[in-house]
Design a protein around this ligand. Structure first.
Ligand SMILES: *Cc1c(COP(=O)(O)O)cnc(C)c1O
Length: 391
C-alpha cells in the first residue's frame, strides 16, 4: 500500500496517534522524526534569503521536529494550525494576549486553573482588560453576561479541581451570535475524549505537560485554532518569540504514540476507584463527572467519549484530617501537576474562587490515578482514610 501523508487523518483515533504528523519516507524511512537542534538555517543564495522562499528560515519559526508534533496535534484536533509554547500556562496566556485589547471584556470561567485566574487578575488587569468570572454551570445563560465589548469567552471543562461540566455547545452558540470567540482549556479530556473544535470552540488549549508528555518530565503547551483564528494566534506567538526545544517536541510526539492506551488505563482505574470511594466511610462526595451521582453526568455523557484520570473527593473533617490522609499515602506522591504514569494527591485550595468552591462539607483532595495496579492504589487510599479517622 502506498502511504499518503494526510491519509491517516480519516482513520481511528489510535491509528492517528500512532502514525500522525510524520511520514517516515521524509527522513530515509526511519520510523521516528529526527531531533533537530537549531537556530540558524542556511539559504542557498541571496534571492532565496531575501524572499524567505524556503520552508524553514529560522528555528523560532519551526523545525521538522516541531512541525511533526504540530501536524500530529492538528490531525487529532481537526485544527487549521497548532503552535507550541513552553508550558501549559503559556498555552492559556498566549491566546488571551493574542485576542484581547485594552477595553475588551473577557468572560472567564470561575472554576479555571488557578494560575489562569492569577494571570487575569494581574497582567490582564494591568493591560486594561475587564475580566468577569462566571459560573461554570451558566450554560445558555451566558447570553445575559455578554456585553458589546465581550471579545473572548474562556471555558475549561471539567473545571480544575472541582470538575464542573460546562455546556460548551450552548456557550459557543451565544458567543458566536455576539461575535465573541470561545477558548477552551481542554487538558483533562485531551482531544481523544473531547474534540473541542467539533463543538464549535475556536481555540483548544492543552497542557501537553500532562497526558501527551505522560511521564512527569516535560513542560509544554499546545494551542490549536480553527481557520478563523489561526492567523491572529500565529502572529502573536511569533511576535512574542515563543518556541520549544527539539528534544522536548520529540518527547511529546513520542508520548502521543502511547497516549490512547495510557488514557484508557487512567480512565478505567480512575472511574473504578471513584465508584469504590463513593461507598467508603469518611468520604462525603466524589467529584468525578463519569459518576451517575455527578451533577454534570448527563452533559458529560452527551459530549465526552471518555474521562481523564483525575478527580477529587471531599472527606470528613478539616485540614488536620486532609493532612493525615495525605501523610499516610505510600504509593500516591504529594506533588503538583498530573498526567504522568504515577499517582499523585494534593489538598485543593479554592481560595480565589468567586462563585464556585464555597460549599464543600470538608476538605477537597485531588487524586491523579496513575498506571499502577488498581488494588495497590485502593489499599493506599484505604490507609489514608483510616489515618484521617484517627485524628
Ligand atoms: C497543569 C495545567 C495547566 C498548566 O500546565 P503547566 O505545563 O504546568 O504550566 C493549565 N491548565 C490546566 C487545566 C492544567 O491542569
Amino acid at each position: 500500500m502506498e502511504k499518503q501523508p494526510g491519509k491517516v487523518a480519516q482513520t481511528g483515533i489510535n491509528t492517528r496517534l500512532a502514525h500522525g504528523g510524520y511520514d517516515p519516507r521524509d527522513y530515509h524511512g526511519f520510523v521516528n522524526p529526527p531531533v533537530v537542534h537549531a537556530s540558524t538555517v542556511l539559504f542557498p543564495d541571496a534571492q532565496t534569503m531575501a524572499n524567505h522562499s524556503q520552508q524553514y528560515t529560522y528555528a523560532t519559526h519551526g523545525t521538522p521536529t516541531t512541525d511533526a508534533l504540530c501536524r500530529a496535534i492538528d490531525e487529532l484536533e481537526g485544527s487549521a494550525g497548532t503552535v507550541l509554547v513552553p508550558s501549559g500556562l503559556a498555552a492559556v496566556t498566549v491566546p488571551l494576549l493574542a485576542f484581547l485589547s485594552p477595553g475588551d471584556h473577557l468572560l472567564m470561567v470561575d472554576s479555571c486553573y488557578g494560575n489562569t485566574r492569577h494571570f487575569c487578575k494581574t497582567m490582564l488587569k494591568r493591560l486594561g482588560i475587564e475580566v468577569e468570572f462566571y459560573d461554570p454551570l451558566v450554560g445558555a445563560g451566558i447570553e445575559k453576561l455578554i456585553k458589546p465589548n465581550t471579545r473572548v469567552i474562556f471555558t475549561e471543562s471539567p473545571g480544575s479541581n472541582t470538575f464542573e461540566i460546562q455546556d460548551i455547545p450552548a456557550i459557543v452558540e451565544k458567543a458566536h451570535a455576539a461575535d465573541a470567540i470561545v477558548m477552551m482549556d481542554n487538558t483533562w479530556a485531551t482531544p481523544i475524549y473531547f474534540k473541542a473544535l467539533d463543538y464549535g470552540v475556536d481555540i483548544s488549549i492543552h497542557a501537553a505537560t500532562k497526558y501527551p508528555a505522560g511521564h512527569s518530565d516535560i513542560l509544554m503547551g499546545t494551542i490549536s485554532a480553527n481557520e478563523k483564528c489561526f492567523k491572529t494566534l500565529d502572529a502573536a506567538h511569533s511576535a512574542l518569540g515563543l518556541c520549544v526545544s527539539g528534544d522536548d517536541a520529540y518527547q511529546v510526539l513520542r508520548g502521543l504514540r502511547t497516549m490512547g492506551v495510557r488514557m484508557e488505563r487512567h480512565a478505567e482505574s480512575a472511574l473504578e476507584i471513584a465508584r469504590w470511594l463513593e461507598a467508603q466511610d469518611g468520604v462525603i462526595e466524589v467529584l468525578h463527572p463519569g459518576l451517575e451521582s455527578h451533577a454534570g453526568n448527563a452533559l458529560f455523557k452527551r459530549d465526552f467519549c471518555g474521562a481523564g484520570g483525575v478527580f477529587s473527593i471531599v472527606i470528613q473533617g478539616g485540614v488536620a484530617q486532609a493532612q493525615a490522609f495525605l501523610n499516610a499515602l505510600r504509593i500516591f506522591g504529594l506533588g503538583y501537576s498530573w498526567g504522568g504514569y504515577e499517582s499523585l494527591a494534593l489538598h485543593v485550595h479554592l481560595g480565589g474562587r468567586e462563585i464556585t468552591g464555597k460549599n464543600y462539607a470538608g476538605p477537597v483532595i485531588r487524586l491523579q490515578i496513575g498506571l499502577e495496579d488498581k488494588a495497590d492504589l485502593i489499599a493506599d487510599i484505604e490507609n489514608g482514610l483510616a489515618a484521617a479517622k484517627t485524628v
